[in-house]
Write a protein that binds this ligand. Sequence first.
Ligand SMILES: [Ca+2]
Length: 329
Amino acid sequence: MKAAESEVPDAHFTVDKQNISLWPRESPPKTDPCLVLRKPLMVRAAVITLMLGLAASILLQAILYPWFMRTISDVKTNAQLLKGSMDNISTLGSEIKRNRGGVEATSLQVRMVNASLAHVRSQIEKLEAGMRDAAAQIQMLTRRWEEVNDLNAQIPALKRDLGKASSLNAKIQGLQSHLENISKLLRQQNDILQMISQGWKYFKENFYYFSQVQKTWYSAQQFCMSRDSQLTSVASESEQEFLYKMAGGLFYWIGLTKAGSEGDWYWVDNTPFDKVQSARFWIPGEPNNHGNNEHCANIKMSSLQSWNDASCDNKFLFICKRPYITSEP
Ligand SMILES: [Ca+2]
């Protein structure tokens, strides 16, 4: 077998640009008929196999080549797309870097705005508190205003009451004055009663003491002075009438005397002596200055014309006079 194979020349073929050449290197050796019959069959089978392989190869090339070419083209396209994406990513990175500063500035501004918002919020809260206070004040003022309105409504009634009160006040003042007068009168009556209990008579704001004993004119004057009084003066007709009626026809010294034997008549209590008005009180024909020794006057008769001049040394009853002075409360 090995000898047979070594005797068979190798078949050579080349594939060059799809041209296939097949040739033997040397002329085939001579063989026996059996071998010669079997060799073409084997060659043919080999050739057919090769042809088949060659055809399959061609067919595969024809099918795969476009597929490879499309795949390569797709890969190139994907590579370009990837590169573009990388470029875009790079651009985005730079933009991100560039924008980072802007973002930080924006963040700072946002913080500032937040701070401003907090300040504004606190201001708003203060304003709200102020508004609440103002509302409370307004409510209070409204209540006060209502109270003022109520008072205004009461003013007419108050004016009427005030008028009544004023009238009452006037009446009260009148009553007070009346009471004061009554009190004064009571005090006067008390004083008068006290003086009357001591033997004095009261007539028109004066007290009069009609003595029970007789004295000379001077002694009588001294007695009166010891009782805070003077021998009486006669300043009016009514007083003259009061005195002579009380005297009842008895002799009473009065306070009329002369300054010396030739002097004018005068009242010892310093009441001004009206010579003309007093002329009607003398007994007709008096004063006659009998014996040139009659320098003192006395009531002698129970009539308007009752005066007589007599000697001051005569002892007569006498009349003291004290003005009434209201005692202080
Ligand atoms: Ca006489």
